[in-house]
Every structure is written in structure tokens, then in C-alpha cells.
Design a protein around this ligand. Sequence first.
Ligand SMILES: [Fe+2]
Length: 86
Amino acid sequence: MGTVRDEIDRRLEPWFTALAGDRTPYTNHVLRVLEFCDALYAVGGGSGAVPSSREEYLTAGAFHDLGIWSAGTFDYLGPSAELARD
Ligand SMILES: [Fe+2]
């Protein structure tokens, strides 16, 4: 596994064109979400692999708002969930 940024970039790469100028801000948003997940995990006394190293968190993080760009709507939860499931 690469860095968390590498892992997010790898998942978002097919969407770079759709994200256009929002690519960097959205990537940074995803990284912040994962950092919060790790912090909450630590506060909760979690042991083992931190969320940002786990497939399900990386995938959920990468895709959680992506429907805004893939489906062109702010009613994005359904389209985002479909992308993550795919
Ligand atoms: Fe978000």
C-alpha cells in the first residue's frame, strides 16, 4: 500500500477529468475525513489497523461525495454509494 494520498489518488484517477479544478480540494477533503476517522478511532481506544489503512475506509472516503461530479447533482448520496459499491 502506498501513502494514504496515493491510495485516494488511485481510486479517484478515473474521475480526475470530471473533478477538474475541484480535484485537489476534494482530495484534501477526503484526506481530512480519514484523519478525523483515525483521530476518533484513537480517542475511542481502537487497537489494530487505523481506519486510513483499511480498504473500506479508503473506498468510502474516496467516493463519499463523488456523486456531485459523477452525476452532476447535490442529491449525491445515492450516486456516491453506487460508485463505492461498484
Ligand atoms: Fe464530504
